[in-house]
Design a protein around this ligand. Structure first.
Ligand code: NAD
Ligand code: G6P
Ligand code: MN
Length: 445
């Protein structure tokens, strides 16, 4: 059979993840044939550094694939089947401020959680909507697979403001944790497990994990987590979560698990359950943004420069981001109607029976040609329900604040965030965040 070949655009072509994703796409061409890859970014200079090297990689490994990098929306979004979006509005310089400003007040500064996540959400909403609108204008049949953060806030914004758009929001944290669970009990891949899970993005719990024959794997996994969290005796080579700070996070899962041993937790819950621990170990002058700039960003751009200079990728340390192959699984599910079961961020609509129908939740879905169909997860316990109601209200208030330009609602969002101690501190942090985000946020009144 002569399979259709797809045309994709990577939005945020200058991302640190782009080369790893391109190498991953090239490694999966038999499963997902590609005729054209385009890069789109609003930062020409940053994108060019990645694109020049990727042009060489593509020429070496799949010279029949057409390639271009552009900052022109019409050129980028015309004739595409999928938009793979990973933008970071404000770049690492703004992530650094998201992390450092709250820390000045003894509050966690984090990419997607608390005040930092709220600040990033206020920047991201406009950028993601703009890309979605370009896609709909120039390739109305295409799908946008979005993993730009903060995914919870971005997903709520697209639900509210573009309710009929073909956008699917997805996160790789459950994928990464499931890979660890599988290794912890001697399986070779997470694909040997079928899971039930519910929550919000970066805020959820596994309730059931079985092998493909239906045998319950929870007892074995729980025994491991009770002792080691998601740490493994032998680390897996998975470039996305390898730094010491991630190792610390995986170990910390043990303490999160103890709070409710009937479930297995997402690692991000550490920020909500043990905020003081995180603040105590944080260095206010050197946060995760600094670590990534000195680590992943420097490595990826350095390798790209070297490839471009040599005109060859021989000996490069850039690696296939196999971890990101969930993106191909998602694209395939839509393109080939595979009915793959995947955790996605979708509108609740009863999937969690005793929870807000309009909330964007993370649950298993069956994905086919017409998108995701969420699987019902039943009723959730009071503990999780209480936590999720508070957090979803934060996310909804941020989107309302963005739409209405409401200072009051954004202050309420920060005040409601579980990791902010009181309304006064919320206001102090907010006022500093406003001052540095003037170029990115709508004006607030
Ligand atoms: P990065 O800063 O290296 O790359 C982001 C790129 O987006 C930059 O080149 C930037 O110029 C571009 N960009 C910014 N605003 C834009 C706009 N409005 N239009 C077009 N391009 C724009 O960031 P990174 O560390 O590689 O991360 C990229 C994104 O992927 C982040 O949002 C990150 O949080 C997200 N991410 C999400 C997951 C997940 O689980 N969902 C996993 C990994 C990374
Ligand atoms: C996980 C999360 C992503 C987040 C990333 C941060 O993969 O699911 O949403 O962006 O971690 O990683 P970093 O290495 O940039 O701190
Ligand atoms: Mn994520």
């Amino acid at each position: 059979m002569n399979k259709k070949k797809f045309s994709i655009v990577i939005a945020g072509g200058g991302s640190t993840f782009t080369p790893g994703i391109v190498l991953m796409l090239l490694d999966h061409l038999e499963r997902f044939p590609i005729r054209q890859i385009k890069f789109y970014d609003n930062n020409e200079e940053r994108q060019k550094q990645i694109a020049d090297a990727c042009a060489i990689l593509l020429k070496e490994k799949a010279s029949d694939i057409q390639f271009m990098a552009t900052t022109d929306p019409k050129t980028a979004f015309t004739d595409v089947d999928f938009v793979m979006a990973h933008i970071r509005v404000g770049l690492y310089a703004m992530r650094e401020l998201d992390e450092k400003i709250p820390l000045k007040y003894g509050v966690i500064g984090q990419e997607t959680c608390g005040p930092g996540g709220i600040a990033y959400g206020m920047r991201s909403i406009g950028g993601v909507l703009e890309i979605l609108d370009y896609m709909e204008k120039y390739s109305p049949d295409a799908w946008m697979l979005n993993y730009s953060n903060p995914a919870a806030i971005v997903a709520e914004a697209t639900r509210k403001l573009r309710p009929h758009s073909k956008i699917i929001n997805i996160c790789d944290m459950p994928v990464g944790i499931e890979e660890r669970m599988a290794r912890a009990i001697g399986l070779t891949s997470r694909k040997e497990m079928v899971v039930r899970y519910y929550g919000l993005n970066h805020f959820g719990w596994w309730t059931d994990i079985r092998d493909l024959e239906g045998n319950d794997l929870m007892p074995q996994i729980k025994a491991h987590v009770a002792q080691h969290g998601y740490s493994l005796p032998e680390e897996i080579a998975e470039s996305q979560h390898m730094d010491a700070s991630w190792m610390h996070t995986f170990a910390k899962a043990k303490e999160i698990y103890n709070i409710d041993p009937t479930t297995l937790p997402n690692t991000y819950l550490k920020y909500y359950f043990y905020p003081q621990d995180e603040v105590a170990t944080a260095n206010p002058d050197y946060t995760r943004a600094n670590e990534v700039m000195a680590g992943r960003e420097r490595h990826v751009f350095g390798e790209c420069h070297a490839i471009t200079k040599r005109g060859s990728s021989l000996g490069t340390t850039l690696e296939i981001d196999e971890h990101a192959s969930y993106i191909v699984d998602l694209a395939r599910a839509i393109a080939y109607n595979t009915h793959e079961r995947m955790l996605l961020i979708v509108q609740n609509k009863g999937a969690i029976v005793n929870f807000d129908d309009t909330a964007m939740v993370e649950v298993p879905c069956i994905v086919g040609a017409n998108g995701p169909e969420p699987l019902t997860q039943g009723e959730i316990p009071r503990f999780q329900k209480g936590l999720m109601e508070q957090q979803v209200a934060v996310e909804k208030l941020v989107v309302e604040a963005w739409v209405e330009g409401s200072y009051q609602k954004l202050w309420q969002a920060l005040t409601l965030s579980k990791i902010v101690p009181n309304a006064r501190v919320a206001k102090q942090i907010l006022d500093e965040l406003i001052a540095v985000n003037l170029d990115f946020w709508p004006e607030l009144n």
